[in-house]
Design a protein around this ligand. Structure first.
Ligand SMILES: [Zn+2]
Ligand SMILES: [Zn+2]
Length: 196
């Protein structure tokens, strides 16, 4: 049985859904400075970041994500010309997905704040526990329990297996973030100055 979770930006103009398929996702937390800067730059830090500056992410295949309304409000930024593409909405600056620049990379990190749950316990049953907390060297107010200072190497084989499977099964498309091999909205590259 495939479970789906509704997606909606803060103002509700952009909406969609994501399929939750067993072994085709990771529920993680990223505490890196870029994720923190991204949320702060958008003025969405109060909703996206936890008390340690962590962003809860649901990583899955782009093919599992559908945007059903408000595509015209999808915008994109990046912190360098080759950096991660960080999609957000232009209506209310909700972060909606992080992707690699290569459209054939079967990977998207959806901020959990973009996912709609009626209760915290519904979220827990649907997503399961957080499997890994990375880049805690950038954490604020102390490091969360069980977090890793960097990206834990022990997690690498799982990611590689996930990427390999997604690539061969072409789960990088269809994607709401890319069209004809290009981001649906041209990425705006921010300089360091613009992020502080
Ligand atoms: Zn919105
Ligand atoms: Zn990060």
């Amino acid at each position: 049985m495939t479970q789906t979770v509704k997606l909606a930006c803060t103002c509700g103009k952009v909406a969609g859904e994501v399929k939750i398929i067993k072994q085709e996702n990771f529920h993680v937390k990223c505490l890196c400075c870029d994720c923190q800067n991204f949320a702060t730059h958008l003025g969405h830090d109060d909703k996206t970041l936890d008390q340690h500056g962590g962003t809860e992410l649901f990583q899955t295949y782009p093919a599992h994500v559908t945007i059903t309304q408000g595509e015209e409000y999808i915008a994109c930024l990046s912190f360098s010309p080759t950096g991660l593409l960080r999609f957000h909405t232009s209506c209310c600056n909700t972060p909606i997905g992080n992707m690699l620049r290569n459209p054939k990379m079967p990977f998207v990190g959806i901020p959990v704040a973009f996912m709609q749950f009626t209760t915290p316990s519904e979220k827990d049953t649907t997503l399961g526990p957080i499997l890994m907390q990375a880049f805690a060297k950038y954490a604020k107010n102390g490091k969360p329990e069980g977090s890793h200072d960097r990206f834990p190497l022990s997690f690498m084989p799982k990611i590689l297996f996930f990427m390999g499977k997604g690539f061969f099964q072409k789960k990088f498309m269809p994607s709401p973030y890319f069209k004809d091999g290009k981001p649906v909205s041209p990425p705006q590259v921010l300089t360091d100055k613009q992020t502080t």
